[in-house]
Ligand binder design. Structure first.
Ligand SMILES: Cc1cc2nc3c(=O)[nH]c(=O)nc-3n(C[C@H](O)[C@H](O)[C@H](O)COP(=O)(O)OP(=O)(O)OC[C@H]3O[C@@H](n4cnc5c(N)ncnc54)[C@H](O)[C@@H]3O)c2cc1C
Length: 459
């Protein structure tokens, strides 16, 4: 039977809760840390089922969602036992350096054991495991099917969030001491700020016009020495990419991507041919013998968009913005959930030290800088990208990253450095370590051919 989370009763009269708009990854984790100091009302326009299900407020939930190593560690630190619970409910433990076979433009990356661990699971399951833990807290009440329409107050301070009950149509003003906008890419923040009389926020958008297409499969029980395949796009010659990864329920998720007019379509009969057109046939070879379990879902919401909250001329002193509402990243580099989790930790730190919202947004900007740089540097190399041109630094970084990837097809050191930076467990300076830089500068023949299966990992 389908079960739903209970919609909690309204707060007691006169009580001003912290209000979090959006019960996605960012909102749930923000509510969790806020509840250490406040009563929290978590609003979501969706009906949220207790079983892991895709829902209309999180359409990206149908696509592959890799919670990278730093994200996994961060959520684990916030919610101890999270990783075990995710695996207990069907997630698969994956060693990023050993179990993930990566097709780079220069050949297959080397594979070797490491401590970079992730869990293969669907986005609905990741969210459900987090949600179950967060909503166990009696200081957090979830108001589902409640959309935040606007906020009231002045440009200096918000005093209420206006919510609409989507079943009855009734609107209510929820008094609040603190508002967190975690409503994702579709956030109405610019309208809210305009209504309060705040000047518009500066924003930057870099868009490679990438489209995703995703399908679920059952794979035959063949022996294989990898647990996931990742074909990297890399402009300007190779713009198509793909991922094949295990998720709960003994299923596999295949997501394909392309840019501009070369995006994959929802047609079922086009999915396998598109997979076949990648730089490696490895994903298509596996899918050719697999049983499709779903139709093809598409998404084009992939632009990098950053709101410069740290540069706001005027923001209410009790309004915070995090998750995709603050900084949305091209999902190809799988950074969004990790960034959201890190913002929740930052929020906790700021609340503990009494830092205000201005300080939070300044520190959050620093947290966004590296993922933003990596995503936009790669995207601006793809033909047809808008929001450029790349800076001189990005051009140099792009060329250097290319050399690191090429070196990683022969040498585990640059490969480990690249993956630890991508997984956000090491800073980008790791790529300049002498062992990595020397390897990146050496000229070598191309790595293991992508037309052959991925090479076995070393032990
Ligand atoms: C195709 C695709 C693939 C992705 N793959 C990855 C990946 O592999 N790895 C990764 O780390 N990240 C990935 N991401 C990014 C990831 O989905 C987000 O970064 C992450 O979910 C954090 O988002 P959020 O909580 O800010 O917003 P969301 O998860 O989008 O949640 C927003 C919530 O707000 C609610 N809401 C919206 N407006 C209102 C309102 N007015 N009132 C009340 N509720 C509202 C919605 O119903 C929803 O529940 C991917 C994104 C896309 C588009």
């Amino acid at each position: 039977m389908t079960r739903m989370h209970n919609t909690a009763p309204p707060a007691a009269a006169g009580q001003a809760d912290a209000v979090v708009v959006g019960a996605g990854l960012a909102g749930l984790l923000a509510a969790h840390v806020l509840a250490r100091r406040h009563q929290v009302t978590l609003l979501d326009s969706d009906q949220i089922l207790t079983t892991p299900t895709t829902r209309s407020g999180v359409p990206q939930g149908r696509h592959v969602h890799a919670l990278f190593a730093q994200g996994l560690r961060t959520v684990e630190a916030l919610l101890p036992g999270f990783t075990d619970e995710l695996c207990r409910r069907g997630g698969h433990r994956i060693d990023v350096c050993k179990d993930l076979a990566i097709a780079t433009p220069h050949g297959w990356g080397t594979r070797f054991p490491s401590d970079l661990r992730v869990v293969g699971a669907s986005r609905p399951l990741i969210e459900a495991v987090i949600r179950d833990r967060v909503l166990d807290n009696p200081r957090i009440r979830l108001l589902q099917r409640h959309r935040a329409d606007s906020v009231t107050g002045t440009e200096h301070h918000v005093n209420a969030v206006i919510t609409r009950n989507l079943d009855t149509g009734r609107t209510t003003a929820l008094p609040t001491c603190l508002v967190v906008d975690a409503s994702g890419r579709g956030s109405r923040l610019p309208n809210w700020l305009a209504e309060l009389g705040c000047p518009p926020l500066p924003e930057t958008t870099v868009d490679a016009h990438i489209g995703y297409a995703t399908r679920l499969y059952r794979l035959p029980e063949d022996p294989r020495d990898w647990r996931a395949l990742y074909a990297l796009p890399s402009g300007p010659a190779i713009t198509r990419g793909g991922v094949l990864a295990p998720i709960e329920g003994n299923r596999w998720i295949a997501s394909l991507s392309g840019t501009g007019t070369d995006r994959p379509t929802p047609r079922q009969d086009s999915f396998l041919p598109f997979a076949r057109s990648l730089a490696t046939p490895a994903i298509a070879d596996v899918l050719a013998d697999a049983t499709p379990l779903s139709d093809v879902a598409c998404s084009h919401s992939t632009a990098n968009r950053r709101r410069h909250l740290d540069q706001a001329q005027q923001l209410p002193d009790n309004l915070l913005v995090l998750g995709d509402a603050a900084c949305a990243l091209n999902p190809l580099y799988a950074q969004g959930m990790t960034v959201a989790a890190r913002s929740a930790v930052l929020l906790d730190t700021c609340l503990a030290s009494g830092a205000g919202t201005h300080r939070f947004h300044h520190r959050q900007k620093k947290l966004h800088d590296t993922p933003w740089l990596l995503a936009t540097t790669a995207d601006l190399r793809l033909p047809g990208s808008t929001g450029g041109p790349p800076t001189r630094y990005q051009q140099t970084l792009g060329r250097y990253l290319d050399r690191v990837l090429a070196a990683g097809t022969h040498d585990p050191h640059p490969q480990a450095a690249f993956l630890s930076v991508l997984n956000m467990v090491r800073p980008p300076a790791t790529l300049l370590a002498p062992r990595v830089a020397l390897s990146a500068m050496r000229t070598r023949p191309p790595g293991p051919s992508l037309t052959a299966p991925p090479p076995a990992p070393t032990t």
